[in-house]
Design a protein around this ligand. Structure first.
Ligand SMILES: N[C@@H](CCC(=O)N[C@@H](CS)C(=O)NCC(=O)O)C(=O)O
Length: 200
């Protein structure tokens, strides 16, 4: 398998963390590139010029981080990461959706700034305001997660999202709203998969 990615993308990080958690790291070839430059090798696998993109062993190009993670979990048969039966699957998908949406808000706010000479726009402000609210919602779900021996895909998405917020938007201050979530994120963040993929 070949994964196209860059160092700071939280979407790419979620996929790379999942590669570690599924035990598939030895089967992975990585192609590091800058998507904003529209590199031809990325365009050949993703016409939208975004990372992550995964080319499977069968030669199929997959895009969209959540879908790539779903593929990796299925391939690895590590069911605890994304259970196949209800209601456990719904519970994981609910947190995966919230975590991924938080990545959208945080990444969107950072990109808005980048394209406006570092200034916040109404959109970037709106997305930053959403993050503490989402943290409060996730906080209520975190107490049940803290008893789990290992994280699922929902936990990984949430941890990647709020680690990215701490890295790029420390002023958001989501922890005050969400002490249980903060504790759980810190525990997930200590895992080798998260440590090996820290943005720099
Ligand atoms: N919904 C996509 C989002 C991917 C995405 O926006 N990636 C950024 C990471 S830097 C990117 O490649 N942006 C380049 C662009 O938007 O042109 C996913 O979940 O994989």
């Amino acid at each position: 398998m070949k994964l196209y990615l860059n160092k700071t993308s939280p979407y790419a990080r979620l996929v790379l963390v999942t590669v570690h958690e599924t035990g598939l790291i030895d089967r992975l070839e990585t192609v590091w590139l800058e998507p904003w430059n529209d590199p031809p090798e990325l365009l050949a696998v993703n016409p939208l010029a975004k990372v992550p993109a995964l080319v499977t062993d069968a030669g199929d190009a997959l895009i969209e981080s959540s879908l790539i993670c779903d593929h990796l979990v299925t391939l690895s048969r590590r069911e605890h990461l994304l259970p196949s039966s209800l209601p456990a699957r719904t519970d994981t998908l609910r947190r995966l959706g919230l975590g991924r949406a938080c990545i959208d808000c945080a990444f969107g706010a950072v990109i808005e700034r980048r394209f406006n000479n570092g200034a916040d726009t109404p959109l970037s402000q709106r997305w930053q305001r959403a993050l503490p609210r989402a943290a409060a919602t996730l906080d209520a779900l975190s107490a049940a997660r803290s008893g789990q021996p290992s994280p699922d895909l929902g936990d990984l998405a949430v941890a990647v999202a709020f680690d990215y917020v701490d890295f790029r938007l420390p002023e958001v201050g989501w922890r005050a709203n969400a002490p249980a979530l903060a504790k759980w994120v810190d525990r997930v963040r200590a895992r080798p998969s998260m440590q090996a993929t820290r943005p720099q």
